[in-house]
Design a protein around this ligand. Structure first.
Ligand SMILES: Cc1cc2nc3c(=O)[nH]c(=O)nc-3n(C[C@H](O)[C@H](O)[C@H](O)COP(=O)(O)OP(=O)(O)OC[C@H]3O[C@@H](n4cnc5c(N)ncnc54)[C@H](O)[C@@H]3O)c2cc1C
Length: 652
């Protein structure tokens, strides 16, 4: 699969089937092999991560009759970060009869990702979107309904149709209850053995194939090896590398990063989504940011004062003619519903001009208004409360202001990572037998994910793709005898033990892991956040290296490694963030263009839009660990656009 060239870079094969786009997945499913039901219980599958992607994959594989072991670091799969998803899930059902179709969802997603995703994968995603809704409804997920009884839809950014299914502001939670319920049925039937509070430490390879993991029991500290025929990683995204993000505090990159260091290629690491509507930071010591769902942009209007002198006034004291509804002005066709990367950059531009409002961070006011006055006037307070009540309550609790009477203040924040483990069309990584699903893989969203498309992708991977492709893989493998002892497992376990000891016994322990993480977050946000620039990225790489050296010298971990120790847990994750952060900067430096979220200051058009260079960069960048963190090897997967012609994205 990997074809390195003499120049230290190479190309990779995505194993995408040929034929007409509409039939590729159907034909591929027919061409793939199936394990006979009687033989399935001879195979063992490990699924790490039981958020939406992992729980749905495990439930489906368990239902098929395989022996599945699942792992999550929380005390229950119900606490996976997926629970935080507020706004909704896309599907091309066209219930609104407003012109939607699988082709339109496909087109919007490819365009939204700024032409940096694979056509075949994205078409499959759009095609499967409708089945996800059927599956969830059959499980009893309480999607919002119209008076008629049909499922309701709302609009999300980057689309001119309403295709987002939602359950108030708790879509992720309700979908997760559905997936967990399906998983629980399999636990009860004995096909799934679940391990909560158990963290994957490393991947076990035998003859280059993924054959197990080493886990750490987070309560007792015990390390253990688990063997299997296939390992599936559904361990979520790595937005927390930035320290401040809208992700749950526990989200981390360790599982995928350790798989990367064992040989799995890491794709597009610099593609990070910055979400435009988050509650602004209001203090240096803050450790978490909160999302205000994109669904709010259906009815809320974003504005900033036209004049800098008005920025300190109360919003209600700023006259209508002195307000700049800048998204409506700049992008009349999509208005407040432009994609996230475009909205985020516009908000940054306004604040950089000195027209921000609210608290100042490092001397700059970082906030604009999201205003519901007009929507309340037109639709009434009850209608707005019905749609967004829980989000308004959340805002009131955090910001101590009432969004029914005072506009919310918002600013962009790190939200989602489009980068992740490189996978082929079958969702298999470059390590034989290692699959990745959900946010953990580099996903189908190219350089920018459209709102409500992550849940769609995670569930397409888990319910529909992995069950077929993992079966196809297993049908070509002899089952591994998991009762035997394998030296590879023992060696991997020993290496994990040594790494933990190194963390516990830094030569000059002085600082908590969080102190290092906060500093790392600032470096990576400034260099590889909303705007990127060659000299800043180069300096960041030097700074990350020096801070990483300090970390290994000075990190202070109190307590023991043989009991619950959250400082140790955090330190292990931060150690991996340090390494990933460097790769993100290297990737951002190498991609000499702007596309989607990746805004290189040197490649911006005169009107402030991303300037792609398709002739040189129409590829997925997949990086291989070379043994030297600063010298990864780049593999390029060239992107072919047979059905959509890459053009300059225009939302004006
Ligand atoms: C605030 C917020 C709101 C969002 N709203 C929406 C929305 O409305 N619509 C939408 O489409 N998307 C939304 N997203 C994105 C979406 O929620 C996520 O991309 C998606 O839920 C990720 O699901 P996942 O299954 O891949 O990972 P997760 O839900 O993050 O699950 C990861 C799992 O991996 C486990 N894990 C991780 N590392 C290890 C390890 N080393 N060992 C063992 N277990 C491990 C965890 O315990 C967990 O079970 C939102 C994101 C945020 C931050």
């Amino acid at each position: 699969m990997l074809k390195p060239t003499s120049s230290g870079s190479g190309s990779i094969d995505s194993h995408t089937p040929k034929g007409s786009l509409e039939n590729r997945w159907t034909q591929h499913k027919f061409d793939m092999k199936i394990v006979s039901p009687a033989n399935r219980k001879k195979y063992n599958i490990i699924v790490v991560g039981t958020g939406l992607a992992g729980a749905s994959a495990a439930a489906s594989l368990g239902e098929m009759g395989y022996n599945v072991k699942t792992f999550c670091f929380q005390d229950s799969p119900r606490r996976a970060h997926s629970i935080a998803a507020q706004g909704g899930i896309n599907a091309a059902k066209n219930y609104q009869n407003d012109g939607d179709s699988v082709w339109r969802l496909f087109y919007d997603t490819i365009k939204g990702g700024d032409y940096r995703a694979r056509e075949s994968n994205v078409f499959r995603l759009a095609e499967l979107s409708t089945s996800i809704i059927d599956q969830a409804v059959a499980q009893g997920v309480p999607f919002a309904r119209e008076y008629s009884g049909y499922l309701a839809n709302r609009s999300f950014g980057g689309a001119q149709v309403s295709r987002t299914f939602y359950a108030r502001g708790q879509t992720g939670q309700q979908l997760l209850i559905g997936a967990y319920q399906a998983m629980s049925k399999q636990i009860a039937e004995g096909t799934i053995t679940h391990h909560s509070r158990c963290e994957m430490q490393d991947l076990i390879l035998i003859d280059g194939k993924a054959k197990g993991i080493v886990s750490r029991d987070l309560v007792t500290g015990q390390l253990e090896s688990h063997m299997a025929d296939v390992v599936v990683l559904c361990t979520g995204g790595y937005g927390n590398v930035f320290y401040l993000s809208t992700n749950a505090k526990g989200c981390n990159a360790s599982a995928v990063w350790r798989a990367h260091k064992q040989g799995a290629l890491f794709a597009n690491p610099c593609f990070t989504q910055i979400h435009p509507t988050c509650i602004p930071q209001h203090g240096e010591l803050q450790s978490k940011l909160t999302l205000m769902s994109e669904s709010l942009r259906n009815d809320g209007r974003i504005w900033a004062p036209k004049n800098k002198e008005d920025c300190d006034k109360k919003p209600e004291d700023i006259a209508e003619q002195d307000r700049d509804y800048f998204l409506e002005r700049m992008y009349p066709a999509f208005g407040n519903l432009v994609p996230r990367d475009i909205a985020s950059r516009a908000v940054k531009l306004i604040c950089d001009e000195g027209r921000g409002v609210g608290h100042a961070i490092d001397g700059q006011k970082l906030g604009v208004y999201l205003d519901f006055a007009k929507a309340i006037e037109v639709h009434g307070l009850d209608a707005i409360s019905e749609k967004y009540g829980n989000l308004f309550d959340m805002y009131t609790h955090i910001a101590a202001e009432d969004p029914y009477t005072t506009p919310m203040r918002i600013y962009p924040a790190v939200h989602y990572t489009m980068g992740g483990l490189w996978v082929d069309y079958n969702l298999m990584t470059s390590i034989d037998g290692l699959f990745a699903g959900g946010e953990a893989n580099f996903s189908d969203h190219g350089a920018n994910r459209l709102g409500a498309s992550a849940l769609m992708q995670g569930l397409a991977d888990g319910y529909f793709i992995l069950p077929s492709t993992v079966s196809n893989y297993l049908a070509q493998q002899k089952p591994l005898d998991i009762t035997k002892t394998y030296p590879e497992a023992e060696q991997t376990l020993q290496a994990c033990k040594e790494k933990i000891q190194q963390l516990m016994n830094a030569p000059d322990p002085q600082k908590t892991p969080d102190e290092f993480h906060r500093k790392l977050g600032r470096i990576i946000w400034q260099a590889c956040g909303m705007a990127r620039e060659k000299s800043v990225l180069e300096k960041a790489i030097v700074d990350i290296n020096s801070l990483r050296d300090q970390f290994w010298q000075q990190v202070k971990i109190t307590g023991s490694d043989e009991t619950l120790n959250q400082t140790l847990e955090r330190a292990g994750r931060i150690a991996d963030f340090f390494e990933l952060a460097e790769l993100m900067c290297i990737d951002a430096l190498t991609r000499e263009e702007s596309c989607g979220c990746h805004a290189r200051e040197e490649h911006i058009t005169n009107d402030g839009e991303a300037q792609r260079h398709d002739e040189d960069f129409s590829y997925i960048a997949a990086w291989q660990y070379s043994g030297n963190l600063s010298m990864p090897v780049l593999y390029r997967e060239e992107l072919d656009f047979e059905f959509v012609r890459p053009t300059t994205r225009n939302y004006r």
